[in-house]
Design a protein. Structure first.
Length: 241
């Protein structure tokens, strides 16, 4: 004779199944890397994927950004001083056609013509005129046209040396020569060239120094950004919040 199913047995089996389901859910939740189902888990997954994609995009364009930054860092922006430098270059060109000493003009000293030899042009004057042409005029024009920081540094270094030889040339023309010979004194071209070279050196120093300070600030900012990025990567790898 078959015994009919008891309602109490059905209730007992239902309770056991429910308890078993709870245990399985707790076990799966305790597993590493488990993400709870539902909208909250999906949002966290999407945020992590978006963060990884954003980091990948930034790493992809980092080289391009660094290249642009290096290009900008290698340029100068003289601003209103560009007009002063251009005017100084024009005056230096004019000093070459004016008398350097006696009948010798700046071009005569540069080319060491017979007129320059007749006026007993010394070595300081020849060195000054060559530095004036190469650095005061040549590299200054190149630096203004290309806006390259390196060319501006060369221009300021050469102009500084030319300033020293310009003052020495004026002193040399005022000093008696060997024996009873006394040469002609410094001409308007020599005096103008020496003064303008000093002014040009001053303005180039201001341009280069301001750019140097900007370089130092940019390098400091780059180091701080690299340190911050390294700290973020370390925390992400360690799983810190």
């Amino acid at each position: 004779m078959t015994t009919p199913p008891d309602d109490n047995d059905d209730a007992t089996r239902g309770a056991e199944a429910a308890a078993s389901g709870d245990d399985e859910r707790r076990t799966s939740a305790a597993k590493p890397g488990h993400q709870p189902a539902g909208p909250a888990g999906d949002e966290r997954n999407e945020d992590s994927v978006s963060s990884v994609e954003s980091t990948g995009d930034f790493e992809q364009f980092r080289d391009d950004l660094d290249a642009v930054e290096r290009k900008i860092a290698g340029e100068i922006d003289p601003g209103v001083r560009a007009m002063v430098v251009a005017g100084a270059v024009f005056l230096l060109l004019a000093s070459l056609v004016l008398p350097h000493a006696g009948a010798a003009r700046g071009f005569d000293v540069l080319l060491n013509t017979d007129v320059a030899r007749a006026e007993h042009i010394g070595l300081p004057s020849r060195v000054f005129v060559w530095f004036l042409v190469v650095f005061g005029i040549g590299f200054s024009m190149l630096a203004l046209m290309t806006r390259r920081w390196v060319l501006a540094w060369i221009a300021v270094a050469g102009s500084a040396v030319a300033s020293v030889f310009g003052v020495l040339s004026i002193w040399h023309r005022q000093t008696p020569g060997v024996g009873n010979y006394i040469g002609a004194g410094p001409g308007i071209g020599l005096i103008l060239g020496a003064i303008v070279t000093v002014v040009l050196t001053f303005h180039w120093i201001r341009v280069v120094w301001s750019r140097t300070a900007l370089h130092l600030a940019a390098e400091e900012q780059r180091r701080n950004a690299a340190a911050a990025a390294e700290e973020r990567d370390r925390r992400r790898l360690m799983g810190d919040s």
